[in-house]
Structure formats: C-alpha cells, structure tokens
Design a protein around this ligand. Structure first.
Ligand code: CMC
Length: 377
C-alpha cells in the first residue's frame, strides 16, 4: 500500500518551524507567529529564518542594506519578461524569470554555504522586483526601479503601483509577508529540498518551489478565494452559494489544511488586518461576504463532523485585493514571502544532505512479452 499524499510521513529534521496542528499554533525558530507578526518586521523574520536568531540593531541595519542592494534585477531578465505573451500568468512569468536569474548570478554555481546565504538574500530581494515588473510590463508600462529607504514590503507595493503606501498598508503587507514566510514541510518547500538534495543549484530549487506553489491546492488558493468573493458579490448571496457548491461536491477555497485540525493561526491575524483596511477605506463588503462564508462553513462542517477551518489564504485574498494587488498576482505574493523559508530549508537540507528518493508501489501488469508491431491490436 502506498501512503497517498505522504500524510504523516516525516522526511527531515528541521530547526525552522513547528506546527501544532491540533492546537492551531505556529512557531518559527522558537517564536510564536503572533509575537513575530506583532513585534517584528519581515526583514527581522528573514534574518531569524536564515541565521537562527533575531538580529540586533546593527545586524538589522546591515541586513536591510544587503537586501536593498540586491533588489535590482538584470535588464536582460526584464527583456525576457517583455518577450512573454501578455496573458502569461504572473506565477508562470515569475517561475521563468527566477530561473533565468541563474544565468546572471555570480554565485549560481557556487554551492558553498557562504554563497548559498548570499543567494538566499539576493533571491529574497529580487522576487518582488520580478513580480512588480511583470505587473507593469504586461500592461505596456515600464517597470519601476526599487527605491532605497523603503522596507521590503512597502517597496514591493511602490514598484507595483507607483505609489508609496501609507503606514497601515505598508505594515499590513509586511505582516502578510511574515505570516507566509515559513511553514514546515509544505509541498513547495519539499520540492525545493528534493531538488537541492540532488545537488542541483539553488535557482533550480527555487524554480521547483515556485512551480509547486502555483497549484490551487497550495498557494494558488488565495487567487481562487478572491474569484469566489467576486462571484458571490453580495453578503446575502454567500450562504446559498456555499451550500450549492458543497452540494455539488466542490471544495471551498481557503478552507481546510493537511496539518491543521483547528483554525490556522495566521487566519485571525489576517482577518484583523482586513478589518483595519476595510475600516480605513470604508468598504466592508469583502469582509462581510467572508464572514458569512465562514459561518455557513462552520455549520456545514460541524454537521458533517469535519475539522475544516479557514486557512491562511482565506483572509489574505481580501487583504491583497484592498491593497490594490491584481488578483492573479496573489500567489506571487505568497512566493516572494516564502522565499526566505524556501532558501533557509535548502541550506538546512545541504548541511546534512542525503538524496531524497522514495519508492513507488508498482500496481501495473507483469509477465508481458513484446509482440511484433503488426500483431498489436
Ligand atoms: N472544502 C470542502 N471540503 C473540504 C475542503 C474544502 N476546502 N478541504 C477538505 N475537504 C474535505 C474533503 O472533501 C475530504 O472529504 P471526504 O473525506 O468526505 O472525502 C476531507 O475534507 C479531507 O480532505 P483531504 O483532501 O483528504 O485533505 P488533504 O489533507 O488532502 O487536503 C487541502 C488539504 C488544503 C488540499 C484541502 O483542504 C483543500 O483542497 N482546501 C482548499 C484549497 C486551499 O485552500 N488550499 C490552501 C491550503 S493553506 C495554504 C498552503 O499551505 O498552501
């Protein structure tokens, strides 16, 4: 018998994060996610994931400067983006451009740990630039160059929209990045670790991870959540919409998780950010629809005896929409936020590497003989 979906299989020791699935608790390197979201910036969280401890003031200043200095991407990679059909999905554009970065990275083939740390910082810095550039290029606009002095999250919104975000919007983006930065042996992290475990380079690992995150059962769910909210359109239509979808046997995007059997701890933090943004903009429509969906789901799942609760993608959708991020770029936000997690995992994998090579249980026919081609039916 095979273990479908590798559920419950432990494939590595990690010092990066721990998920308490039954309690709905998430810890990065010993720190509770709520504490980090409230009291640290994304840059501090990146440093923590990469180096194992929060930075002191001098270390943070230096780390921010390193990130800032690595934000620019080669002009040739922007030219490559210009060659893509305009309707290329932003995650496909990101996957292509991230892969192409390898050709221009002075450390691409250097697999020493020092070089891998440099690439981890560089790739974390470059991912928002690539996403924002595609957001402009596909609309026939010129990419906006990164701006020094803006934090990682604020600079992304600036490069995407051309406007410097106010404090609430910048902080909201920053916290959303922190919440997505790391999450144990999720599918895309596993893909990255499998890739570098063959001793392929970090850009290959990143490209595998981006491709894996793209699917709607993983990072692609946030985009689908927004489609659902837009399709429902009005709070009063939510209940019938959800009940009809469940009756057709469909999954409701933004609900359920392989590991959590309780509320995903990231969801209430995002709900609170969504509430603050809605209050600032005076438009609570998406939140109202979301909370109606949540209560119908609670009722339906209780009735079916299933522990299905909102996950990180449920409230991130309305947060990103309110921040002015195009719906089809939501998963890119997840990818840029997860880059420190992915790269830290690749470094961890390589410290104690062994090829990851599970087995398959063959269930096909046996004892067949090759027939001459004219005798085959
Ligand atoms: N809506 C309705 N029913 C659901 C849902 C859902 N979103 N998720 C799971 N179920 C049901 C499923 O139909 C199954 O029922 P039954 O036992 O009667 O066949 C049962 O719950 C268990 O589902 P499963 O497919 O065995 O669970 P899994 O661990 O393989 O899947 C999941 C986890 C996240 C893929 C799934 O919950 C899902 O498809 N959710 C919607 C997509 C989504 O929001 N993904 C984002 C995940 S969080 C961010 C990330 O890490 O990427």
């Amino acid at each position: 018998m095979s273990n479908r979906g590798l559920e419950g299989v432990v494939v590595a020791d990690t010092e990066l994060s721990k998920i308490y699935g039954e309690e709905g608790r998430l810890v990065y390197r010993g720190y509770e996610i709520e504490d980090l979201a409230e009291n640290a910036t994304f840059e501090e969280v990146c440093y923590l994931l990469l180096y194992g401890e929060l930075p002191n003031s001098a270390q943070l200043t230096d780390f921010r400067r390193q990130l800032e200095s690595e934000r620019t991407v080669p002009g040739a990679v922007l030219d490559l983006l210009r060659l893509l059909p305009r309707d290329t999905h932003p995650m496909a554009a990101l996957r292509t451009a991230a892969s192409a970065l390898a050709g221009f990275d002075p450390d691409a083939r250097d697999m020493t740990e020092e070089a891998n740390f440099r690439k981890a910082i560089r790739l974390t810095a470059q991912m928002p630039t690539l996403t924002a550039a595609w957001g402009r290029i596909r609309n026939g606009q010129e990419p906006i160059a990164p701006r020094d002095g803006l934090g990682h999250a604020a600079n992304f919104l600036y490069m995407l929209t051309g406007e410097t975000p106010d404090e609430l919007r910048a902080r909201t983006m920053d916290v959303a990045f922190t919440l997505h930065a790391e999450h144990g042996m999720n599918a895309s992290t596993f893909a990255a670790r499998v890739t570098v475990a063959t001793l392929a380079d970090m850009h290959s690992g990143l490209t595998s991870a981006i491709g894996t995150l793209k699917g709607p059962l993983h990072g692609g769910a946030n985009e689908r959540v927004m489609h659902m909210l837009l399709e429902i359109g009005e709070p009063d239509r939510a209940e019938a919409w959800v009940r009809d979808a469940l009756a057709r046997g469909e999954r409701i995007m933004g609900f359920g998780h392989r590991v959590y059997r309780a509320l995903d701890p990231r969801a209430p933090i995002l709900r609170s950010l969504a509430m603050q943004l809605a209050a600032q903009g005076g438009d609570t429509r998406w939140l109202d629809i979301a909370s109606r969906i949540e209560s119908v789901m609670r009722e339906e799942m209780d009735r079916r005896g299933k522990k299905i609760y909102p996950n990180v993608d449920f409230y991130s959708a309305s947060v990103y929409y309110t921040l002015g991020i195009p719906t089809d770029m939501f998963t890119n936000v997840f990818a840029m936020a997860r880059t420190p997690g992915w790269t830290a995992h690749m470094i961890e994998q390589l410290r104690d590497n062994r090829l990851i090579r599970p087995k398959a249980n063959y269930v096909g026919p046996l004892d067949k003989k090759v027939q001459p081609i004219e005798k085959r039916g």
